[in-house]
Design a protein around this ligand. Structure first.
Ligand code: ZN
Length: 303
């Protein structure tokens, strides 16, 4: 196999995970989790989102959380935003990295906002400009490039049109997000290989939900295609926006454990990560999707 020697992980449990939880975490609780993540070696953490507090009450304290955290040297604390209002909140709270998102589903976009996904991206220009004027880095995300509940398979040309719309705005860090959990490994490999070849200037992130148990296989396929950046969530917190009760994001400890056992460096302390994930799983009182929290590490079996 052709695998990297080192990968990067972004912990998204505080955003993607918690926004799907009925329990709302306080700023103090979140601050403590972020500090422990940093102590455990995480270098990229998605702290939350600047969305309407009415729509996503779990993320209403994202501003406070940024203010409480301040800036950590060598750690990227990113936030998801939807528009210019999000950038304004990022400026006011000291956030230095924002991520925009568009759905790859043309049918979904046309029905909802009467725009194609690439037209939606072009509308991000104002937000992007404002962010840059304030030294805030901008990345872009494309959700459901591997399949959507509206049209099933998404045409590669459609995904490329969105990537090019992001590149037109000068955004060269792009995340492909399998929010619907429809991706399969050979498809992930083919798409990643082709995108990497076509757009060598792009830094890719892959974001897999474990809706159908395929996330870790998809990560392996993406690594084989040369991808080195992955989003994961402590304890597998989160959900699938389209399948009530389905598994959440791929669990951080499952991914770090696999990398450890395969000799691929993550810079993350697995023991500390498991401790934190276990506490979180107890707090949310749910059976979140994590093999390592159930079985422990392979190494723990050795007597
Ligand atoms: Zn997600």
């Amino acid at each position: 196999m052709n695998l990297p020697i080192k990968i990067n992980i972004c912990e998204v449990g505080l955003r993607d995970g918690m926004q799907n939880e009925p329990r709302i975490f306080s700023t103090e609780e979140k601050t403590s989790i972020v500090n422990r993540l940093i102590e455990s070696g995480f270098k990229v953490i998605e702290l939350g989102s600047f969305m309407s507090p009415k729509a996503v009450p779990q993320m209403a304290n994202t501003d406070e959380l940024y203010k409480a955290m301040g800036n950590f040297e060598g750690v990227e604390l990113r936030a998801l935003i939807a528009n210019k209002k999000g950038v304004e909140r990022a400026i006011a709270s000291g956030c230095k990295k924002v991520k925009l998102n568009v759905s790859a589903s043309k049918a979904h976009n046309l029905a909802n906002i009467n725009m194609t996904p690439e037209e939606s991206v072009a509308k991000f220009e104002e937000s992007t400009n404002l962010a840059r004027e304030n030294d805030i880095e901008v990345s872009g995300s494309i959700s459901m490039p591997f399949g959507s509940p509206w049209e099933g398979e998404i045409k590669v040309e459609d995904v490329e049109a969105i990537i090019e719309a992001y590149l037109d705005l000068g955004i060269t860090e792009i995340s492909l997000s399998d929010a619907s959990g429809m991706a399969v490994p050979n498809q992930v490999y083919t798409i990643c290989k082709s995108m990497k070849g076509k757009y060598p200037q792009v830094t890719w992130w892959l974001h897999f939900h474990n809706t159908r148990g395929l996330a870790i296989a998809n990560i392996l396929a993406a690594m084989e295609a040369g991808i080195k950046n992955f989003d994961t969530s402590l304890a597998g917190l989160g959900g699938c926006p389209f399948v009530p009760g389905a598994a959440g994001n791929i669990s951080t400890e499952d991914v770090v454990h696999m990398m450890d056992e395969m000799g691929i460096e993550t810079g993350i302390d697995i023991v500390k990560t498991i401790e934190l994930a276990r506490e979180l799983q107890e707090i949310v009182e749910g059976s979140t999707d994590s093999y390592i929290l159930k079985a422990g590490r392979s190494k723990d079996l050795i007597r």
